[in-house]
Ligand binder design. Structure first.
Ligand code: FEO
Length: 164
């Protein structure tokens, strides 16, 4: 049985993951509006992944006999200064989520809840990838701003070269 302290911490994280999904969906349609369909598709996929993260936590809570309690999801922004501004927000948000996952893990440890700690280890690893993905996109965007568009395009094409 899960403790009330951990139950409420998990419910809070579920809300944060659902907000992440909402934020990235909003961002996806902002990119769609400015004609950048690739970034829009990336963010739609990211939004779906965030919902899956929420569902992992929901299922764990339900499996453990806890009470799933959904709260109102905060309204996300719907416009950004430019693509760099948007992806900087993605990175900042993921850093916030990483801290939140680490805090949640600490609660599970403090409550001596082994199943929750094991389940949360997946999230700890996932956050490393989430931050890395956003940082990589920012790094590529920085190069584009420095007029390295041609280098990136060539790199992309070379990566697609088939074996002859
Ligand atoms: Fe579910 Fe992007 O953290």
């Amino acid at each position: 049985m899960i403790t009330k302290t951990l139950e409420s911490a998990l419910n809070l994280q579920i809300n944060k993951e659902l907000f992440s999904s909402y934020l990235y969906l909003s961002m996806a349609y902002w990119f769609d509006g400015i004609g950048l369909k690739g970034a829009s598709a990336w963010l739609k996929t990211q939004s779906e992944e965030e919902r899956e993260h929420a569902m992992k936590l929901v299922e764990h809570l339900a499996d453990r006999g806890g009470t799933v309690e959904f709260s109102a999801i905060e309204k996300p922004k719907n416009s950004w200064k430019d693509p760099m501004d948007a992806f900087q927000e993605v990175l900042k948000h993921e850093q916030f989520i990483t801290k939140s996952i680490h805090d949640l893990y600490a609660v599970a440890a403090q409550e001596n809840d082994l199943p929750a700690q094991i389940m949360l280890q997946w999230f700890v690893s996932e956050q490393v990838e989430e931050e890395r993905n956003a940082a990589d996109i920012i790094s590529n965007m920085t190069r584009i701003q420095n007029h390295e568009t041609a280098v990136l395009q060539l790199d992309h094409q070379m990566g697609k070269r088939a074996r002859s």
